[in-house]
Design a protein around this ligand. Structure first.
Ligand code: GLN
Length: 490
């Protein structure tokens, strides 16, 4: 039955409808593989009984001709999505035993479409990080290995690292991720996957544990562009429970994959060539530009002059919003509580015991930039710069239909290889953060391998609510790149 885990989501969908196998068989094959690959530490919580129960219900609907868009397809869900009756931890000690009485809108939509949840995947604590190393439940291991030394354990990227490792190792057909500054796209790049961060407002944030509310977006992580289109279609849509949810029509994303990108203008931003960009990433980008040209699209040099301020701006806005969002974890309403002699002492002890180092660092920065006297100098200033970053993109999109850049500055790195300087880690998102600041859709598509045989992705950025164009272009690039590599021994 392991062959069932080699199918794409589209193939599995066809197989289920043609009755070549059942949803129970498909779920079982993936559950067995999860059990065989616990060494990756991709899941915080496995939900095998629930998966079989839902697969049985999917088989009944398939038999009755009432199949939903994702009927019977096994997926993993990032442990940042609240799932009714299933522990939802955000990979934090403070939510270690939190069992939500409600279902997030996005996971609820996937369930309603017939998708079968296999379990909840690990992440950097509260989605803060780029390596999955800040999870309270230990690091996640990337199934990909360096050709020169397969014994080195590599990170899957983050924060959606558990989801990325699970899909790359074929423990699930696809997984949900969330992306605040790169958390879907960077791990997709590190694990050879397609990852889509939709336009801000496209997916409801209701029931997703909040990190930075003006940036957070849910999206799919899959092994093919078509699978991303399928999954995205079951995640999006207006939700009155989220005041920032956009009431816009939902297109047929799969229908956008026409294979024809002739005449499209693709922007190549000069500011994404920082000094010190590795030769390997430059070459990947050049190859991607050549693929577009060969397919009849026109690369156009563009300028996004405020790019250089994006990272600094993000590390004011995101911590500010996180310090406010995480104020709710007070030892009273959710999760962990450590008693103290006074109320204040109980708050302080609970939070000290519940939050890890990176989360505390962000809360401290956020509280500082929001404090009286610094608010105007930092937070208000950052919001103004954010507007300039968005304006750069708006201007570029007057002439181009999409933008192509690298996704990340490197391939996956080793578990102990980063120094203790948090800035080094923050630099991972140098190419993904500007898109997030502007609320635009972005995706990562694998187009090449590093000299060590590790996957590398390119990022496509689209106009607001134009996920269709970036999916269409990614689909053409996926074919042109012929990316068929899989993790060795998997
Ligand atoms: N790596 C970035 C950070 O640490 C982005 C994380 C994310 O997108 N959730 O904030």
């Amino acid at each position: 039955m392991t062959e069932l885990t080699k199918l794409s989501m589209a193939e599995a969908r066809a197989g289920l409808r043609a009755k070549h196998f059942t949803a129970v068989a498909l779920a079982t094959a993936h559950l067995d593989r999860i059990a065989a690959h616990r060494d990756l530490n991709a899941f915080v919580t496995e939900t095998p009984d629930l998966a079989i129960e839902r697969a049985k219900a999917a088989d009944a609907r398939l038999a009755a001709g009432q199949a939903g868009a994702m009927e019977g397809l096994p997926i993993a869900v990032k442990d940042l999505f609240c799932t009714e009756g299933v522990r939802s931890t955000a990979s934090s000690r403070i939510l270690e035993n939190f069992v939500p009485p409600y279902e997030s809108t996005v996971s609820g939509k996937l369930k309603a479409a017939g998708a079968v949840m296999l379990g909840k995947t690990s992440l950097d604590e509260f989605a803060m990080g780029s390596s999955n190393m800040t999870s309270a439940f230990g690091p996640v291991i990337n199934p990909w290995k360096r050709a020169s030394d397969p014994s080195v354990q590599l990170v899957p990227g983050g924060s959606s690292g558990g989801s990325a490792a699970a899909v790359a190792a074929r423990l699930a057909l696809g997984a949900t991720g969330t992306d605040t500054g790169g958390s879907i796209r960077q791990p997709a790049s590190f694990c050879g996957l397609v990852g889509v961060k939709p336009t801000y407002g496209r997916c409801s944030r209701w029931g997703i544990v909040a990190f930075a509310s003006s940036l957070d977006q849910a999206g799919p992580m899959t092994r093919t562009v078509r699978d991303a289109a399928i999954m995205l279609g079951s995640m999006v849509g207006y939700d009155p429970k989220d005041s920032t949810s956009a009431n816009v029509p939902v297109p047929d994303f799969e229908a956008a994959l026409t294979g024809d990108i002739r005449g499209l203008k693709i922007g190549i931003p000069q500011e994404y060539r920082p000094d010190g960009l590795s030769a390997e990433i430059s070459k990947l980008w050049e190859d991607g530009i050549a693929m577009l040209r060969d397919a009849g699209a026109t690369p156009v040099e563009i300028s996004l002059p405020h790019t250089k301020y994006a990272l600094a701006t993000y590390y004011i806005v995101a911590p500010a919003e996180c310090s406010s969002n995480l104020a709710r974890y007070d030892g009273v309403r959710y999760g962990k509580r450590v008693e103290g002699k006074t109320l204040d002492e109980m708050y302080a002890r609970s939070r000290a015991a519940g939050f890890g180092t990176e989360v505390r660092r962000r809360i401290l920065i956020g509280t500082y930039v929001l404090s009286a006297g610094y608010y105007d100098a930092y937070y208000i200033k950052a919001q103004k710069v954010r507007r300039l970053i968005a304006d750069d993109f708006a201007k570029a999109f007057e002439t181009v239909d999409a933008i192509l850049t690298p996704t990340a500055p490197s391939a996956a790195f080793g578990l102990g290889e980063t120094d203790d300087n948090p800035i080094t880690m923050w630099l991972n998102d140098i190419f993904t953060i500007p898109t997030s600041m502007a609320g635009l859709p972005g995706l990562s598509v694998p187009t090449g391998l590093s000299s060590e045989g590790l996957p590398l992705g390119l990022q496509l950025i689209g106009r607001p609510f134009d996920e269709e164009t970036i999916l269409k272009v990614a689909h053409v690039m996926e074919r042109a790149a012929g990316f068929t590599a899989v993790p060795a021994g998997m």
